[in-house]
Design a protein around this ligand. Structure first.
Ligand SMILES: Cc1ncc(COP(=O)(O)O)c(C=O)c1O
Length: 376
């Protein structure tokens, strides 16, 4: 099973495009759920997970089941949440709700600390003991929650498969253990984390992760193996598809060239949040189009590229760029994931529009430009 992690890019046209390729949707709130529905993904292919589910999210999941269109599953984060979901299901008169339990795999993911959600001390997922309590809190075998298995997500933008393999092994072993006593415990969801390859750095591709799976499953007896294996990638599907186009506001000498753009942490917070690097290319140089792909590109010289927001961490780092002046355009790469979905209107900056480039070269509006009026 393949669930697209909507948090990576929640524009309905993108969700629909990914769904057309056989993916369901993995959402963390009623907001993302509504966007997935707007994209045409039916509830039976939507999974709800996340550490921040609200009581209203849980009630909505229970009501959907009571109304005859249950979510594929809800991934539970704590015994308290299991109890709250079970109560909501009872009150709604829902049939048993399929649930997974999120395991904290206690591994050391090969990624930035800010993305290492599978570390033992993180706020994500449960210990084995907490999972046992959550199963109990869901009312046991004939209760309002039907235990279907475990979810694990070790981290994002993984630089190697080792922590992912360790996390998957733990999840499969624990699933096998529970399968001995709970017949319906048949699913393991291995989360996302597949990286996009940073320029000049090695990184595993999706096939690398897939190759690990047979041995992981074979490490438990056949009759205890999960019969359903899910993944929920985000970044690897959409990051490369997005470019953030920005205009140059200022070019100055500051012991080196400093270029200030009209886009930054409000549209792409990753560099400010955890030092992520996004390649930048100039689309125009001194007002003239740059041949981005060809040999006629203007030669680059170093520039420190800054965003427009009143925070000194709003910086996109050092890049080689051709001569630039106010009004020139640049494009910031790999902005299809965790860019505008993580955006804000800080400094009273309306959100930028999102434009989809069709394979036939046509342009389509994916999300309208925000307005100053909508900020008030
Ligand atoms: C539980 C869960 N699943 C899947 C993902 C998607 O991760 P990625 O975009 O790295 O594939 C995330 C990202 O944070 C997540 O928290």
């Amino acid at each position: 099973m393949r669930q697209y992690s909507v948090k990576a890019n929640d524009v309905p046209a993108i969700i629909a495009e990914v769904a057309r390729r056989g993916f369901g949707a993995n959402v963390v709130s009623r907001g993302e759920w509504a966007l997935a529905r707007r994209a045409g993904v039916p509830d039976e292919r939507i999974t709800l997970e996340g550490v921040g589910k609200t009581p209203a999210d849980l009630v909505a999941a229970a009501r959907a089941a009571a109304d005859g269109h249950p979510l594929r599953w809800v991934a539970v984060e704590s015994p308290e949440e299991a109890r709250a979901l079970a109560d909501a299901a009872r009150r709604a008169g829902a049939p048993p709700l399929d649930v997974l339990y999120r395991l904290n795999p206690d591994v050391t993911p090969e990624t930035q600390p800010g993305l290492a959600v599978g570390a033992g001390g993180s706020k994500f997922g449960m210990t084995e003991t907490e999972i046992a309590d959550a199963i109990e809190a869901g009312g046991g075998p004939n209760g309002p929650l039907r235990s279907r298995g475990l979810q694990v997500h070790v981290g994002s933008q993984l630089g190697a498969v080792d922590a992912w393999r360790d996390g998957a092994r733990k999840a499969v072993a624990l699933t096998a253990l529970w399968r001995g006593s709970i017949e319906t415990f048949d699913t393991v969801d291995l989360g996302g984390g597949m990286p996009i390859r940073p320029v000049g750095e090695p990184a595993p591709d999706p096939a690398h992760f897939a190759r690990e799976l047979p041995a992981i499953l074979a490490s438990v007896p056949e009759e205890r193996r999960p019969s359903r294996v899910a993944i929920e990638p985000g970044r690897a599907l959409v990051a490369r598809a997005g470019w953030l186009v920005a205009r140059v506001l200022h070019v100055r000498e500051r012991g080196g060239r400093q270029v200030v753009l009209d886009a930054g942490m409000t549209e792409l917070i990753r560099p400010a949040l955890y030092g992520a690097r996004h390649p930048i290319v100039a689309l125009t140089s001194l007002g003239r189009a740059v041949d981005v792909g060809g040999t006629a590109s203007a030669p680059g010289t170093p520039a420190r590229v800054e965003g427009p927001v009143c925070e000194s961490t709003d910086s996109l780092g050092d890049h080689d760029l051709p001569p630039l002046r106010r009004g020139d355009l640049v494009a910031i790469a790999d902005a299809g994931a965790y860019a505008t979905s993580l955006g804000s209107t800080y400094n009273g900056r309306p959100r930028p529009p999102q434009v989809l480039l069709e394979t036939d070269g046509g342009l389509r509006l994916g999300r309208r430009r925000g307005t100053v009026a909508s900020l008030a």
